[in-house]
Structures are given as structure tokens and as C-alpha cells.
Design a protein around this ligand. Structure first.
Ligand code: F0G
Length: 461
């Protein structure tokens, strides 16, 4: 049965013109970008699904909020609005704004980790892994095994493998584990949710071994929506209640507000009842980000963030948002294109190992599809696979990712049904010639987070 598109619970009063270049131009632009989609100009992209981060459309209310942003260096009104909103939502005593998610990681992780330590997670995202490794520590992913088979649906593919978590702590020694990070939704596993039951089990293990538990909550409301729909006992609960309950299990959180605060820039740190850590977070924020009452942001950004945090828990918005991804997924079912099932919260993750069985992980099948999709229809997606994972910091060898996903991340409140139809049609056309498409090799790369800057060429070039 076809999945119906859920109509937008908003109307549009401001537009941005986009256009598609000719195929010859697209071929030339991506070559000139050294086959790295981060090097393209956004003007040369027709539908930009590179990320849902900072690419959101703000509401009229948020735009109006920019005008009343308090730009005081210390103690501004907009700061207090963010603090009150976030305290109410997450239930944490200390809230620290920072300029984006990785700033939160940079401030917090060195306080928990250093050389010889290990950080465990259901799955780190690229910057969280990088900031663990920048402290000298190691990052280990322990996602639930159900996540590893994209074709078989499971309601909570974002979950932590709690059995492995406990075993790993016992094997490595509890004093070696600096932090356990629960990423919601689990971005790298396909925007997949974590259940409250799994969070509770993880918290019990962390408490038993006295290891701090940190939520990476970039997409907390999408996670809460899935809990409401899928986890027994939460059907009557509000998104806010589910969020507060979920957060009650952790000791701290980091958050990129560029996702579920529906803004273009911003981040948060939250700490529950740990005065020493709070003081250290304040010091690091002042050193790296700016005074604690603005944390690297303008007062107007804080104002927009406070408003976005209240809009993102609205269920009509979430039904539309999650429905949009399910609609696109259904179109791909019709074309026989495999993706991580069920569809995720912020995007659809195409399973390129099954689309390109002839391209090995070290020729980057997901990156190959991203390039092809740009050439086909000017659409920009990105690799969430071995190309993004990069090399082992100790051996320098290419790591093999658990998945080779090409992510189509959907910006919030930006694209319409017709745009999604264009994406599905382009992918269906690519599928017809999939076996003739060749993979890539890297010709230059930097040491850390290489996918943002690497240069590539086709293997037969
Ligand atoms: N944690 C998660 C789960 C993320 O998805 C991201 C960013 C970050 C942390 C870092 O936040 O970008 O504000 O510094 N993810 C973006 C993405 C970039 O495209 O998924 P940031």
C-alpha cells in the first residue's frame, strides 16, 4: 500500500530559488570538486540533502525572535530563555550553550577522557568519534546486532548492545572507561531510535560500574516520537514527557542544536548534579567558546534556539517530519532500492552494499552513489560508511564501516513532496545502470575528519 504524504502543518511565506544545472555542467562541477561533495558550491546543487544540520527553515516566530535577541555580553535575557526552556525540557540543573555540537564535545570530552581511556557508545558520529580520539582516547561502537541487517526491520535499531557493553567493561576494566555515550537518534546506524528500556538498562550498567553516561541528543525529539509510536506504554505520553524520562537516566548530555532545535547554529551541554564537572565545563567554555552566558553564539541565536526547542516537540510537526521520510522510503520500495529499514528520523540511508555489490568498502560504494546522484539530478547526499569512518589512528589503515549507507538527510521544513519524487526517480534511474558504475580512490586526505576535505578520483581514471 502506498504511504500517503502527510501535508505540511505550515504554509510558506518566504522562498529561495533553486535551479538544476545541465548534466554537462554537473559532470564538470563534481570533477572540479575532486569528487568531494563538500567542495561543491550550494548554488550548483538542486536539492541539497547533504545534511539536516543547520539547514532548517526557521518559523515566523523564530525570525521575529531574532529581533529581540539580547546581545549583552553577560546575563542576557535570551540566555535565560534558553536555560529555562532546556531545563524544563530535559530536567537538568546546569545548561551551557555553545556554538554547535562539536564545541560541546570539545568542552566536555577532555574532562572525561585522555590517553589510555576508552569511550563506548551505541555509535559515535564522525565529530564525536574525532573528539574522543583528539583526547588520545579510543572510541568503540556497540550497536545492537539487529541494526546490522538493513533489510530486516526492527523498531529500535539505534539501541546499545547492553550485553556487549557489560562484557566490554569487564574485559577492558571499568577504570579505563571514561564515558558511555548514547546517541539519539543513532545517526550512523540510519537515524534509528533508542528505546527507554534500552536506555534504562544502559544506565543500570553504567551505575553498577560508576561510569558517567552522556546523551548525544542532536535528534532527541525524533527519538521521542519513535518511542511514542513503538514502545509499549508510551502511546499516551507527550513528547516532552518522554524526553524528560529518557534524559533522567543519564548524567549529562551534549547536543548539536542545528538539528532538533530547528535553528541554523547552536549547541548545548547539560550536566546533572556534578558541581566539579559544572565548574570545569564553565572554565572550558570561557576558554574555547566565550563567556558562559553566550557560549559562542549571538543573543539572537539563543533566542531562536529557545523558540525552536518548543516547536520541535509539537506532534503535528513530528508526524509530518517522520512521515516525509516514510513517504520517500515507500517510493524507493516501488523502485526496489534497499535502505536501512524501517526509515530513520532525519533521513533515508540507502544500502549501497546491495546496490553496488561489485564495489568493495575501500572503493567507497556510498560515496560513489552520492557522486552519481549529483550527476544524475543535481541532488547532494553523503557517505555514512567507510569513506566517512576514515583510517585507524594507530595503524593508519582504512577502517571497514559496519554499513555503507548513502544518506539522504532531509532538512526540516524545507523541501516538498515533489522534491522527494525527483529524488526517488533519480535513484530509480541510477539503479538501472548500477552494475556499470565504478568506485573511487583517495588521492589526498588530511589526518582527522578526512571526508570533509579529501580529494578523490575514479578507480579507472
Ligand atoms: N552528534 C551527532 C549525532 C551529529 O549528527 C552531529 C552532527 C554532531 C554530534 C556534531 O554536531 O555539526 O553541530 O558540530 N551531524 C551533522 C550531520 C553534521 O550531518 O549529521 P555539529
Amino acid at each position: 500500500m502506498a504511504t500517503k504524504y502527510i501535508p505540511e502543518p505550515f504554509r510558506i511565506k518566504m522562498v529561495e530559488t533553486i535551479k538544476m544545472l545541465s548534466k554537462e555542467e554537473r559532470v564538470q562541477k563534481i570533477k572540479a570538486a575532486n569528487y568531494n561533495l563538500f567542495n561543491l558550491k550550494s548554488d550548483d546543487v538542486y536539492i541539497d540533502l547533504l545534511t539536516d544540520s543547520g539547514t532548517n527553515a526557521m518559523s515566523a516566530h523564530q525570525w521575529a525572535g531574532l529581533m529581540v535577541g539580547d546581545e549583552a555580553y553577560a546575563g542576557g535575557k535570551s540566555y535565560f530563555r534558553v536555560i529555562e526552556t532546556a531545563q524544563d525540557l530535559f530536567g537538568y540543573t546546569y545548561i551551557q550553550p555553545v556554538h554547535q555540537g562539536r564545541a560541546a564535545e570539545k568542552v566536555l570530552f577532555p574532562l572525561l577522557l585522555d590517553k589510555g581511556k576508552i569511550a563506548l557508545s551505541n555509535m559515535f558520529f564522525d565529530t564525536t568519534r574525532a573528539h574522543v580520539e583528539l583526547t588520545g582516547a579510543k572510541a568503540l561502537d556497540l550497536v545492537t546486532p539487529e541494526a546490522l541487517t538493513p533489510s530486516v526491520p526492527y523498531p529500535f535499531k539505534g539501541n546499545m548492545n547492553t550485553e556487549r557493553l557489560e562484557k566490554t567493561i569487564l574485559e577492558l576494566g571499568k577504570e579505563k572507561i571514561g564515558v558511555v555515550v548514547m546517541t539519539i537518534t543513532n545517526n550512523s546506524a540510519g537515524g534509528q531510535p533508542v528505546s527507554i528500556a534500552n536506555m534504562a538498562e544502559t544506565a543500570a550498567i553504567c551505575q553498577k560500574f560508576k561510569i558517567p553516561l552522556c546523551i548525544d541528543g542532536a535528534r532527541f525529539s525524533e527519538n521521542a516520537y519513535f518511542i511514542k509510536k513503538r514502545e509499549p506504554g508510551y502511546q499516551q505520553a507527550s513528547i516532552k514527557d518522554i524526553t524528560k524520562k529518557f534524559y533522567s537516566f543519564a548524567d549529562m548530555f551534549i547536543m548539536s542544536a542545528k538539528k532538533d532545535a530547528i535553528v541554523n547554529i547552536g549547541g548545548l551541554i547539560g550536566i546533572k548534579n556534578n558541581e566539579t564537572l559544572i565548574q570545569q565545563v564553565k572554565s572550558n567554555t570561557i576558554n574555547y567558546e566565550g563567556f558562559i552566558t553566550y557560549g559562542g553564539l549571538a543573543g539572537r541565536d539563543l533566542e531562536a534556539m529557545a523558540i525552536g526547542l518548543t516547536e520541535v516537540v509539537d506532534e503535528d510537526y513530528l508526524t509530518y517530519r517522520i512521515g516525509q521520510i516514510a513517504y520517500l522510503a515507500n517510493k524507493l520500495d516501488e523502485a526496489g532500492i534497499a535502505y536501512q529499514t524501517p526509515p530513520g528520523g532525519h533521513g533515508l540511508f540507502i544500502d549501497t552494499s546491495s546496490l553496488f555489490p561489485h564495489i568493495p568498502y575501500n572503493q567507497f560504494p556510498a560515496h560513489t552513489l552520492a557522486v552519481e546522484l549529483y550527476i544524475e539530478a543535481g541532488i547532494r547526499g553523503c557517505d555514512i560508511g567507510s569513506f566517512m569512518l576514515g583510517n585507524d589512528p594507530e595503524t593508519g589503515k582504512q577502517r571497514k564501516a559496519e554499513f555503507e549507507f548513502m544518506r539522504l538527510a532531509i532538512p526540516r521544513r524545507v523541501y516538498t513532496q515533489a522534491h522527494l519524487d525527483v529524488v526517488a526517480e533519480a535513484l530509480a534511474d541510477i539503479k538501472k545502470r548500477a552494475s556499470s558504475i565504478k568506485g573511487f580512490q583517495i588521492t589526498w586526505e588530511p589526518a582527522v575528519l578526512r571526508h570533509f576535505q579529501a580529494k578523490l578520483k575514479r578507480i579507472d581514471e
